[in-house]
Design a protein around this ligand. Structure first.
Ligand code: TYD
Ligand code: MG
Length: 476
């Protein structure tokens, strides 16, 4: 028997260290390293006994079933992100900050499936059965035939799940509260979380039941974060939102059975989460028309167009190094747009603080937002109000050229649907010649203001009044 030793494991990313240290070199988290006994790392007995391997059957790549069968929950915003429904035998991890609404979402998913006649088991390791019941009652779901348990030992859970009809869905809320007899560390540590997840994953594959694991994102590293099991599961979804806004976004980060760029939008109400089938309407509901520094961006999230307002505030700085503050967009992308504005259009912002905000707390990752960001920045600097009925989308290259982006027809259609009258877009001819874009045969639903470069955009905005700092723009 090996000498008993302990190891130091980062609770945020699972990296192994030889000694305790304040900062994990692997993921950069502070105070996340904890001492654990490596019980689960030992090899199974069969391995050590030198047992000869059993022959396995090798199969061809072709001839497997085309797409996995799925069970739809009929909560459309959830099904879309999951790739069209839940896949039997798959394991899905839903991560998110505590209190964001993971338990609420999953009790709603469970109840909907159970009402449709599927067997659903909800295991809560955090709340007593009575608390889960209370929440279900508040949500009007108390009569749904979901089977409930408050339990944290995975061996007991797996044994219970193996009894009776195979469930379609098992929810484990949360993986961080689970523990197994096979690992010696305390519940919530990397070793326990991984070993428990392994047992539940093995159960899912053997029984053909879908398992959803809830994982809290933790900032202080006191308990292992969901990242330590991400590689073991079939799909990783994150549930996002902030305290200041009612809406929540379900985003796929990894999905072995579907696309990863889809989002589901929900609104947290007094009666639980309600679906938001048209997020653009929600994000544009409190627009500040008539104020300089705002531009509406026609974005895409997966297969769905989403319109959001980009707000910029450009003000003379009182600091040696001007501030660059971004909420909801990539800060390095903002730096690039600012650099191109300076290099190609002569707009110098070195003496200005720049604040950029995506309204409503939404987060965008597409470079297609470049043009809308630039428009908002120039509008704020010049004081020229952009037309309230225009949308912007397009990428800006380092040369100052405006580049077309994919899915223009879908973006334009959504803008037209929401009453926008014009779209400022890059010249798509170069792309058209490539002949790839099938969708562009039909005429656009709204008139296009086609621009070739960032300088065209700036000139267009400079031609508008009233302006306070017009000179900065006109110098361009
Ligand atoms: P919860 O699902 O418990 O979050 P998580 O499981 O991610 O920790 O949601 C908790 C929050 O949601 C709580 O602050 C109250 C709020 N909430 C509502 O606003 N309406 C509701 O109907 C419910 C059930 C919760
Ligand atoms: Mg919860």
């Amino acid at each position: 028997m090996a000498k008993k030793t302990t190891s130091f494991i980062c609770q945020a990313c699972g990296a192994l260290h030889s000694r305790w240290q304040g900062k994990c070199e692997s993921c950069g988290a502070w105070n996340s390293i904890a001492e654990e006994s490596p019980a689960a790392v030992t090899l199974p007995a069969a391995h050590r006994s030198g047992r000869k391997g059993r022959l396995i059957e090798l199969q061809s790549l072709a001839g497997t079933n085309d797409s996995p069968p799925r069970t739809q929950t009929h909560i459309a915003e959830f099904d879309r992100v999951a790739g069209g429904g839940i896949v039997p035998g798959s394991v899905l991890l839903i991560g998110g900050d505590p209190g964001i609404g993971k338990s609420t979402l999953l009790i709603q998913v469970s109840a909907t499936l159970a009402r449709a006649g599927h067997r659903v088991i909800y295991v809560s390791g955090e709340e007593a059965v009575e608390q889960v019941r209370l929440r279900a009652d508040r949500l009007g779901l108390a009569n749904a035939p979901v089977e409930l348990a408050a339990e944290t030992n995975v061996e007991d859970i797996a044994a219970t799940l193996s009894q009776g009809r195979t469930p379609v869905l098992v929810v484990i809320d949360s993986i961080q509260t689970m523990w197994t007899d096979t690992a010696e560390s305390a519940p919530g540590t990397v070793t326990q979380v991984r070993s428990s997840a392994q047992i539940l994953i093995r159960y899912a594959k053997q029984a053909g039941a879908a398992v959803i694991l809830v994982g809290h994102v933790t900032k202080d590293g006191q308990i292992a974060g969901p990242r330590v099991v991400e590689h073991m599961v079939d799909a990783v979804l994150s549930f996002e939102g902030d305290g200041a806004h009612q809406f929540r976004i379900l985003r796929a980060q990894k999905n072995r059975f579907g696309p990863t760029d889809e989002i589901g939008v929900f609104e947290m109400t007094g009666l639980g989460l309600s679906e938001v089938p048209n997020p653009s309407e929600l994000f544009l509901s409190n627009r500040d028309r008539g104020a300089p520094g705002t531009a509406v961006y026609a974005g895409m999230e997966g297969t769905r167009p989403v319109l959001v307002e980009i707000q910029a505030l450009v003000v003379p700085t009182s600091l040696g190094t001007p501030r660059r503050a971004v909420v909801g967009w990539d800060p390095s992308r903002l730096s690039m747009v600012l650099a191109v504005l300076e290099a190609r259009c002569g707009i110098k912002l070195g003496g200005h603080d720049v604040h950029l905000n995506v309204a409503g707390g939404f987060r965008i990752s597409e470079p297609a937002a470049d043009l809308a960001v630039a428009a908002a920045l120039v509008s704020s600097l010049s004081g020229a109000v952009l037309p309230a009925d225009s949308v912007y989308f397009g990428e800006i290259s380092l040369t100052g050229a405006a580049r077309p982006v994919p899915h223009a027809p879908a973006r334009l259609k959504e803008a037209a649907k929401l009453g926008f009258a014009r779209a400022v877009v890059p010249d798509a001819k170069a792309k058209e010649r490539g002949g790839k874009e099938r969708e562009r045969d039909s005429a656009p639903p709204i008139p296009l203001d086609v621009i070739g470069s960032l300088a065209d955009l700036v000139a267009g905005i400079a031609a508008r009044g009233p302006r306070r700092n017009a000179r900065a723009v006109e110098e361009a």
